[in-house]
Design a protein around this ligand. Structure first.
Ligand code: ATP
Length: 309
């Protein structure tokens, strides 16, 4: 009994961590042979778009959410409490707020790692729960906080965004993400093995691989969950520019752990304890003189930690 319990418990821990990291669950489910928690509705439909049509508009409508409690039967602590916002087709909305406010949870719900407990999330008016998960996830590209690389070649890791993509397209994506020159400088170029058992990449290099993967997939919806670990400022500015370019023409949700990222967003949402307390563009929020303006002033004084915590 004990022997059975420990590995299952261990798998549970791994599974939760994977969910947190927003990595590719389908692959992991195969590996762990675990049942999916979220199932497609029997009448689920494909999220379909005609080629060349605009990306979908995204809406959160009065969304409430709590994670499962640590003990079965205990009440879950509310994480999102009646959240409503819209990202019109092709726009970028950035979410800021202190650590634990619920920012990354928005991304997890959009990717449907979990279902909302009340309210709904829609894409072009269709409730996510009425869509097949496969078609939903095909339509979304994620650049996560911490990219997990497979123990395989760098080419494989980029092409994971679109398996079977021709080498020329893999290289074009790598060039656009400004990682091509680095790759050709490694011992075996695109055939260099990376990951735990291969070449270790820096945080910035891993993020660029994730951006290249996303560019190759070319999904209509993108989620950027900004890295919490600080990159040096030149690297950070370069990556932000690459992310902005990658978001062009897409419906984009930016989870910002630093304010410098959000200045150009079409709309900024300020989240506090699962509620939107302010929303607007950067200049409007500064003029408003509220929570955002205070966060900005703190950051200007170099108080990045204070912004996050
Ligand atoms: P940060 O800026 O530090 O990344 P965040 O605003 O993205 O924070 P979330 O990751 O969305 O915050 O977490 C919101 C709340 O939900 C936090 O209190 C967190 O502890 C809790 N939480 C997150 N994931 C889980 C989970 N899998 N189970 C239980 N509680 C969780």
């Amino acid at each position: 009994m004990i022997q059975l319990y420990i590995p299952l418990n261990f798998l549970g821990v791994i599974y939760r961590e994977i969910k947190q990291a927003l990595t590719d669950l389908d692959k992991m489910f195969l590996l762990l042979e675990r049942e999916r928690e979220i199932r497609d509705a029997p009448d689920a439909v494909e999220l379909s778009r005609a080629p060349g049509s605009p990306p979908p508009a995204l809406r959160f409508e009065d969304v409430h959410f709590a994670y499962e409690p640590a003990r079965p039967g205990a009440p879950g602590r509310p994480v999102l409490q009646g959240l409503s916002f819209e990202i019109p087709a092709g726009h970028t909305v950035a979410v800021v707020g202190s650590s634990g406010a619920g920012k990354s949870t928005l991304a997890r719900l959009l990717y449907r790692f979990y279902d909302v407990q009340a309210g709904r999330i829609t894409l072009d008016g269709s409730d996510l729960r009425q869509l097949t998960q496969a078609s939903l996830r095909r339509a979304i590209g994620i650049v996560p906080q911490d990219t997990v690389l497979f123990n395989d070649t760098v080419a494989y890791n980029i092409a994971y965004g679109r398996p079977g993509a021709p080498q020329a397209e893999v290289e074009a994506a790598a060039r656009a993400a400004h990682i091509h020159d680095f790759i050709v400088g490694t011992p075996a170029g695109y055939a260099t093995r990376v990951g735990e058992r291969g070449l270790k990449l820096s945080g910035g290099e891993k993020q660029r691989v994730a951006i290249a993967r996303m560019l190759l997939k070319d999904p209509p919806i993108v989620i950027f969950d900004e890295a919490t670990s600080a990159l040096d400022s030149a690297n950070e500015r370069a990556i932000q520019a690459e992310l902005r370019a990658a978001a062009r023409g897409k419906t984009a949700l930016v989870i910002a752990h630093r304010l410098s990222t959000v200045v150009e967003a079409d709309q900024i949402l300020v989240l506090e304890a699962g509620r939107i307390v302010e929303r607007g563009r950067h200049a409007e929020l500064l003029a408003h003189g509220g929570v955002y303006a205070r966060m900005w002033a703190l950051q200007a004084q170099g108080g990045e930690a204070a912004v996050r915590d």
